[in-house]
Design a protein around this ligand. Structure first.
Ligand code: COA
Ligand code: AMP
Length: 641
């Protein structure tokens, strides 16, 4: 394998020039960026557009992502540098892995998975809390050329079941429990229930026993510690794969109850990750970086695991919350203790900190002199939160806008290229490689400063989704059909005359609760399963802490009559159903029983109009409404918070 590592520090460049090159000569631009990766077979071409609108990157390249994330750094003098820090206030523990130690663990885990029958192209589901073994399992899959699909630990069995069914894993890797702020959550019963609900049964479950709770193991279960005992299995070497082979599938919520399996390719993603760490975040080899997300989300995949490790940086994996574990100084403690150069989190986490530490007393107790940037993503960054963080930290607070589908920022302030002026409310400008176009209903580009559907002109840059798992047709119909030659982001907003992007929110019924993307459809399915419910609607209403929280309206079946106590009982049961079927993260608390739901003449529930009413806005009622009286009757209920 080639062993060229380019420093790639781009600070001092001109953003406009870099952007121009990325769009006028994508072939040259991305082949040059590809030099940042070690290839088993160096690509001679960047873009393959032969199957447009499905595009592929680096069609003749071959590589292994795990080699690039670990072996390469060990070979080139980083063996003793800390690669991964696990800081876990909820279990009162810390562990550090050097690159050499992490490689050793990953090679043994890969050997173990291979012994369980996992090979190139096979799928593995990883359902784990924020423990190093989650990262080890991800990289072990990459080492074998297997495809991992990480499922967020906060999802309930039903959500896990649909993912297991769709991705059909040979093995599921899980743990005995997760540890939350106030309780220990046994995972194994949820995993067993998910498997029994799914039409697909994995051959084995590899279970990490944690000391907070021991799981009972059954016939198909294998104990992580036994498999990982040195000498138990032959450590696995890395397997070269095509750049276009899938590295992982990550399910994300659409509007229906059926999540979308976002496919991530290997070569394009490796290049985008390595390039973005330095160009967008200013993080290079040897730097320490703290991304406080969860490996179950795209931010965790890209910027806890792959981005920093491909770069040869030190990444902090944090098992705790921004507040309450034990106090709102937790993030600042980590920055100080490990000397983090940047922190990446969601605005909701900063809002939680602000609420408990408005004057920044906890913050003031820490030496944050290493911190150069705070990056925020996952939901809209409100100007108040931006101002608080800017005033308290005295470093640039950088908003970046992206989504699971793209894998890395669509719009950001590219501080590693050229720091641009920050304008609160805007994630700044289009990232090199992305051509953002705001379109009106006819598909025409709107004037600068006018709102419309934010779209990306195809092809999108490397690292973005090539398709949905096993379903090219659904990819095309969900994302590429609304406007020819464009990818539909699902977000509305505008770009001003200076190229600053403003993202106003989803144009569909996807919810964003505390930075967690959730589907109104899966919550509605859970509610509709209640024997007394005829129909229901869930919408995301504004919340000062979580950005949005779900709110549900239910219509009872004919003949069901409930007194006040009966309604209370029903509401409790419905809240519990959503916790059981979707997960506690859904945080549904408010359910109202109503007489009818407002619909269009074609039967579509007017969720957006109801959401606007609940948020205190004055919505324009669609002319297609079937019965305006239904909405009028609901208005007082919706306006009551
Ligand atoms: N496994 C199991 N349960 C989980 C879980 C997980 N991984 N994550 C959350 N939950 C549960 C919580 O225990 C809680 O349960 P409860 O209702 O019984 O108390 C529920 O889901 C809601 O949790 P959470 O969303 O964490 O809300 P909170 O009110 O406890 O905390 C914040 C509020 C703002 C501190 C928290 O939402 C947060 O840290 N948000 C940042 C999220 C983030 O980083 N997102 C990544 C996007 S980049
Ligand atoms: P996810 O796929 O979970 O990352 O969620 C993606 C969605 O979150 C986007 O489509 C947006 O609606 C929202 N989002 C993410 N980052 C931002 C941001 N910086 N500003 C506004 N909305 C954001």
């Amino acid at each position: 394998m080639d062993s060229r590592t380019t420093a790639g520090h781009t600070t001092g460049q001109d953003y406009r020039e870099v952007y121009r090159r990325s769009t006028e000569d994508p072939e040259g631009f991305w082949l040059e960026a590809a030099e940042l990766i070690d290839w088993h077979r160096r690509p001679t071409r960047a873009l393959d557009d032969s199957a447009a609108p499905l595009y592929r990157w680096f069609p003749d390249g071959e590589l292994n992502v795990c080699f690039n994330a670990l072996d390469r750094h060990v070979i080139h003098g980083r063996a003793d540098q800390v690669a991964l820090v696990h800081d876990s206030p909820v279990t009162d523990s810390r562990r550090e892995y050097t690159y050499a130690q992490l490689l050793d663990e990953v090679a043994r885990c890969a050997g173990g998975l291979r012994a369980l029958g996992v090979g190139k192209g096979d799928t593995v589901v990883i359902y784990m809390p924020m423990v190093p073994e989650a990262v080890i399992a991800m990289l072990a899959c990459a080492r074998l050329g297997a495809v991992h699909s990480v499922v967020f630990g906060g999802f309930a069995p039903a959500e896990l079941a649909v993912r297991i069914e769709d991705v059909a894993p040979k093995v599921v890797v899980s743990a005995s429990c997760g540890v939350e702020r106030t309780r220990v959550i046994p995972y194994k019963p949820m995993l067993d229930e998910a498997i029994s609900r799914s039409a697909h049964t994995p051959d084995h479950c590899l279970i990490l026993q944690r000391e907070q709770h021991t799981a009972e193991l059954g016939e198909r279960d294998v104990d992580w510690a036994t498999l990982m005992t040195p000498g138990a299995v032959e450590p696995a070497g890395w397997t070269p794969v095509a750049a276009t082979d899938p590295l992982y599938v990550l399910y994300t919520s659409g509007t229906t109850g059926r999540p979308k399996g976002i496919v991530r390719d290997t070569g394009g993603y490796a290049v985008a990750m390595r390039w973005s760490m330095e160009s967008l975040y200013g993080i290079g080899p040897g730097d320490t970086w703290f991304c406080a997300s969860d490996v179950g989300w795209v931010v965790g995949h890209s910027y806890i695991v792959y981005g920093p490790l491909l770069t040869g940086a030190t990444t902090v994996l944090y098992e705790g919350k921004p507040v309450g574990t034990p106090n709102p100084g937790a993030f600042w403690r980590i920055v100080e203790e490990y000397g983090a150069k940047a922190l990446f989190t969601a605005p909701t986490a900063i809002r939680a900190i602000t609420k408990e530490d408005p004057e920044g007393e906890h913050l003031g107790r820490h030496d944050l002199s290493t911190l150069q940037h705070l990056f925020l993503a996952g939901e809209r960054l409100d100007p108040d939160t931006w101002r608080w963080a800017t005033d308290q930290l005295g470093v640039p607070v950088v908003d970046n806008w992206w989504q699971t589908e793209t894998g890395w920022p669509i719009a950001t302030n590219p501080v590693g290229i050229e720091p641009l002026e920050i304008r609160p409310g805007s994630p700044t400008v289009a990232t090199p490689g992305y051509r953002i176009e705001v379109l009106d209903e006819r598909g025409d580009q709107v004037e600068p400063g006018t709102e419309g559907a934010i779209c990306l002109r195809l092809p999108m840059p490397p690292g973005t989704l090539p398709t949905l798992w096993g379903d090219d047709e659904r990819y095309v119909s969900s994302y590429l059909s609304a406007y020819p030659e464009h990818y539909l982001t699902g977000d509305g907003g505008m770009v001003d005359a200076d190229g600053y992007v403003y993202v106003m929110g989803r144009t569909d019924d996807v919810l964003n609760v505390a930075g967690h993307r959730l589907s109104s459809g899966s919550m509605e399915e859970a509610l509709a399963g209640h024997p007394q419910v005829a129909e229901c609607a869930v919408m995301g209403v504004a919340d000062p802490l979580k950005g949005q929280v779900p709110r549900a309206l239910v219509v009872l079946k004919d003949g069901v009559e409930l007194d006040e106590a009966g309604v209370d009982q029903l509401v409790q049961e419905l809240v519990q159903r959503v916790r059981d079927e979707v997960g506690a993260v859904a945080a549904l608390k408010q359910v109202d029983v109503v007489g009818a739901l407002p619909k269009t003449r074609s039967g579509k529930i007017l969720r957006k109009t109801m959401r606007q009413l609940a948020d205190g806005e004055d919505p324009v009622v669609p002319s297609t409404i079937e019965d305006p009286a239904v909405l009028e009757a609901l208005a007082p209920v919706l306006r009551r918070s």
